[in-house]
Design a binder for this molecule. Structure first.
Ligand SMILES: [Zn+2]
Length: 87
């Protein structure tokens, strides 16, 4: 994603890229209400792409950040699978 879009994301900036991410999350929410698997997958991909773009702009390694917080076990109960009560 960085190689593909960093030049455009840099021009758009953090705020504009964040706003795109929010819009894509809304579109994912709409897709989840439907039954079109292909459309839902496409929206997941868009959310991932915009989240990646935002992380790149903030110089955040998304994979590293995710694995630091969720190292194959729940950060709250330290279990895998998680045994925390549903809330
Ligand atoms: Zn847990």
């Amino acid at each position: 994603m960085k190689n593909l879009f960093i030049h455009r994301d840099s021009q758009r900036g953090v705020k504009g890229t964040y706003e795109w991410l929010v819009d894509e999350v809304k579109e994912l929410g709409e897709a989840l209400e439907g039954s079109d698997k292909e459309s839902t997958e496409s929206e997941f991909a868009d959310v991932f792409a915009w989240l990646s773009s935002l992380a790149n702009l903030m110089d955040v390694d998304l994979e590293k950040a995710a694995l630091n917080k969720y190292p194959y076990k729940c950060p709250k109960c330290s279990c895998s699978p998680c045994k925390c009560p549903l809330n």
